[in-house]
Structures are given as structure tokens and as C-alpha cells.
Design a protein around this ligand. Structure first.
Ligand code: AMP
Length: 431
């Protein structure tokens, strides 16, 4: 499935292409057709699944289609002489719990909607209201808001919700957690009863369901399941290494032909380029893919990798999303992800389709705090590989030196991280 299958306008498709999105994520694939058809929606999905585009793209499509640009009605202060000027009503409202989320969602609307002529603004507390007020006076089609500031601006007559066609409640469970329930009820009361409502929450316990029942009408329910733990077939190994030695360690590991075709994950685009360059200098055929590359360059890199022309593909999480590569021999976490779900997602790419897979993770001193949550989600320990030439504890005088080791009986090649870090690690799961 591609984005053009949704019947999006050329303006929207252009923006999606510029973001380098190749295929819709599962929540997008499931939700977008319903939103376009005008249905109310109860979406069970968390941040990171692509849910913003799942509502932002169809909203932009609908508002753009149904015109409304230049639709005018009386101002927010009817009857007041000085305000008697054209006023563009707000047609879509997105409520979200935090300023950070509001900014992110606003930015997404701006990027996806840049060729549509639709206008949007973001409204949140903790900053001066003057620029927000100015934007509202100039007229916007879409408002992304946190509840408190929105109510504030409404009480000052600066924004009215009487023309809202589409309402989105984002991260409903977090909203309730943060004590916004009364604010939400007050805001929903001000919305026109004839509207489309989209309700997103990572979890749907009883109180969320009851709130959803008061907002949604005959909703379609769409769920994207939380990341499933990695397949049992994957073996997980950990390499303790200092940051500057990671490239040499990767090169060392690639001397083993068992690493047939390897997907390497880095945190940043620059990191991906650096690793690919390092490998190329070592005459190991490698390519990097990430959002800075053109669609063509990405496709070329992917096709070279699939055909075995390059042995290593270096990618960021975002660039690797939606890539379907079967039969990977190894996944390497060159940088350990700080989100345990990313770890599971990355390493789940090996061990697919009944094949066994191997995940090798590099961990420098700064990344060690990420380990407990990863192991908790995996429900197993990563096996520490002691026998490699770049182990961090081996550098004399290094700040990452491990505790001096007591003499001990000969031990197997692998030990668990638990043994290595002792009491510093979180307990509470079988492993
Ligand atoms: P969200 O869950 O909305 O916070 O999105 C998480 C990240 O996924 C954001 O950085 C988006 O830019 C990115 N994203 C959303 N949709 C896609 C897609 N179809 N392909 C690749 N990346 C996407």
C-alpha cells in the first residue's frame, strides 16, 4: 500500500514525499480510510507509531477538499464596532496534553500542509499569549492546543469552537493522568454536536472508555498492538565498548563471514554516514539510508543490499521503518536505543519468517542506563561478550573502566549483564 492509494491530493502527496515516507505505518493504513469517510474513530496507539500523520493527513485532505478557505463569518465579538471584520473560523481542533506534543503536532501539520494553503497555529501555556492571539486574529483553519490555554483564550473571546468540523483528542490516557478531565468536558461542551471526533489513547481502561463514549458516535475502533517482544529465535549479545572504538569493533566483527547481511542501526543520520564511510574505507561494501537522502538514493541502497551487492546497510530508526528485508543474518545496534521498544523493533528484523537471528548491541558508558528497560521488555538478559579486542574495561586508565575484577575461577565465554553490573540492575523479571 502507498499513500496515493488513499486518494490524497497532489499537494499532500508532495509533502509526504518530501518527508521520505514510503509506506503508511499500520495505524495510518488502518485509520486514514475511516477518517476520510467521516467516521468517528477510537484509536489505540502510542506515540512513535505514526499516529500524528494518521489524523493530520486526512484532516488536511478533508479541509482542503471541502474548501472553506476564505469562508467568512462574523468576528469573535459580534456587535463590537471595532472588531467588525472578516473572521476565519477554526475548523479542526487537536487537543493534546503537553506543550511538547502540541509543538510536535503543530510542526507536523505545518509540514504536511505546506502546499495546501490551510493555516494552523499552536496554543499552549507557559509562554506569552500575544503571538498566539495574533495568529488567531489573522485566522487559522486548524488549532493544536493544550486544554488550559485554550480555555483561557476562549474565556477572553479570542477563539470560538462553534465551527469545528473535526475534533481530535490525543493521548487521552495521559490527559486523564494529568487531571485534565474537567477541562476536556468543558471544551467538548462547546463543540458543535455535528462533528467528526477522533480519540487516541495508548491504553483504553474503563475511565477512558467512558470518556470516549461521551465524545464519539458509533466509532470505528483501530488498534495497533504494542510492540511484540522480539521473536524467541533471536539471540541477543552485548559488547561493552567505548564510543571511539565502536567503528573498529564493527570492522572486527565483520571479518567473520557469518555476518552475511547486516543491518546496522545508528542514532543519527550523520552517524549512519560516518559508519558507512568507515566500512567503505575498510573495503567492506556498505551503504547508509536515512531521511537526508533522496528517494532514489534510498531505493538504490536498499536494492543493492537486497541483491547482496552491499553487505551492510546502515540506517536510522526512522529510515528503517517500513523496510521489509527478509533473511537478515545480523542486526547491529551500533548505538543502543534509549527506547526499549526501538530495541525490540530493530532486533525483531532478524529472526523473521522462522529463521533464527542474531542481535549484537554496542554499549558505551553513557548507554548503560538504557539496558535495564530493554531487558525488562525482552524478559531476558543480553549476553555480554567478553572476548573481543575493544572491550571498554581493557583500556588502561579509561574513565569507563569497570570495577577492578577479583580473581575468579575460569568462566564461560559469556556472562550476563546482571553478573557484570551486580546490584545496580533492576530486578523483577524472569531471565
Ligand atoms: P508519531 O507516532 O506521530 O509521533 O510519529 C513518529 C515518527 O514517525 C515521526 O518522526 C514521523 O515523522 C515518522 N513517520 C510517520 N509516518 C511515517 C511513515 N509512513 N514512514 C516513515 N516515518 C513515518
Amino acid at each position: 500500500m502507498t499513500f496515493s492509494d488513499f486518494g490524497f491530493s497532489t499537494e499532500l502527496l508532495r509533502a509526504v514525499r518530501a518527508k521520505n515516507y514510503t509506506v503508511p505505518t499500520p495505524i495510518q493504513e488502518k485509520a486514514i480510510p475511516h477518517v476520510l469517510s467521516g467516521k468517528d474513530l477510537l484509536g489505540c496507539a502510542q506515540t512513535g507509531t505514526g499516529k500524528t500523520a494518521a489524523f493530520a493527513l486526512p484532516i488536511l485532505q478533508k479541509l482542503g477538499q471541502e474548501g472553506g478557505q476564505g469562508q467568512e463569518q462574523e468576528g469573535p465579538h459580534p456587535g463590537r464596532k471595532e472588531k467588525k471584520r472578516a473572521f476565519r473560523p477554526v475548523r479542526a481542533l487537536v487537543l493534546t496534553p503537553t506543550r511538547e506534543l502540541a509543538t510536535q503536532i503543530g510542526e507536523s501539520f505545518r509540514e504536511y500542509g505546506r502546499h495546501t494553503g490551510l493555516r494552523q497555529t499552536t496554543v499552549y501555556g507557559g509562554v506569552s499569549q500575544v503571538p498566539q492571539e495574533r495568529a488567531l486574529r489573522e485566522g487559522v483553519d486548524i488549532v493544536v492546543a493544550t486544554p488550559g490555554r485554550l480555555l483561557d483564550l476562549m474565556s477572553q473571546g479570542l477563539i470560538r469552537l462553534g465551527a469545528i468540523e473535526i475534533f481530535v483528542l490525543d493521548e487521552a490516557d495521559r490527559m486523564l493522568d494529568m487531571g485534565f478531565i474537567h477541562d476536556i468536558r468543558r471544551l467538548v461542551d462547546k463543540l458543535p454536536p455535528r462533528r467528526q471526533s477522533l480519540f487516541f489513547s495508548a491504553t483504553i481502561p474503563g475511565d477512558i472508555r467512558r470518556l470516549a463514549d461521551t465524545i464519539l458516535r458509533d466509532p470505528v475502533r483501530v488498534t495497533v498492538s504494542p510492540q511484540a517482544p522480539a521473536p524467541e529465535a533471536v539471540e541477543h549479545y552485548l559488547y561493552l565498548v567505548e564510543k571511539p572504538d565502536k567503528a573498529a569493533l564493527l570492522q572486527h566483527l565483520l571479518a567473520d563471514p557469518a555476518l552475511r547481511n547486516v543491518l546496522v542501526f545508528t542514532r543519527t543520520r550523520h552517524g549512519a554516514d560516518r559508519v558507512a564511510r568507515h566500512l567503505a574505507r575498510a573495503r567492506i561494501p556498505a551503504e547508509a539510508i536515512h531521511g537526508d537522502k533522496t528517494q532514489r538514493a534510498r531505493e538504490q541502497a536498499l536494492s543493492d543490499f537486497r541483491r547482496g551487492k552491499s553487505r551492510v546497510l546502515v540506517a536510522t530508526d526512522i529510515a528503517a521503518r517500513g523496510l521489509d528485508i527478509v533473511g537478515l543474518s545480523h542486526v547491529v545496534n551500533y548505538d543502543l536505543p534509549n527506547e526499549p521498544e526501538s530495541y525490540v523493533h530493530r532486533t525483531g528484523r532478524t529472526g523473521r519468517a522462522g529463521l533464527s537471528g542474531i542481535a549484537l548491541s554496542f554499549c558505551d558508558i553513557g548507554e548503560r542506563p538504557y539496558l535495564p528497560a530493554i531487558e525488562q521488555l525482552l524478559r531476558k538478559h543480553l549476553k555480554v561478550v567478553e572476548d573481543h579486542p575493544h572491550r571498554s574495561g581493557l583500556r588502561p586508565g579509561s574513565p569507563t573502566d569497570l570495577e577492578p575484577r577479583k580473581p575468579r575461577a575460569p568462566r564461560p565465554f559469556m556472562i550476563s549483564v546482571e553478573e557484570l553490573f551486580g546490584g545496580a540492575r533492576r530486578e523483577g523479571f524472569a531471565g
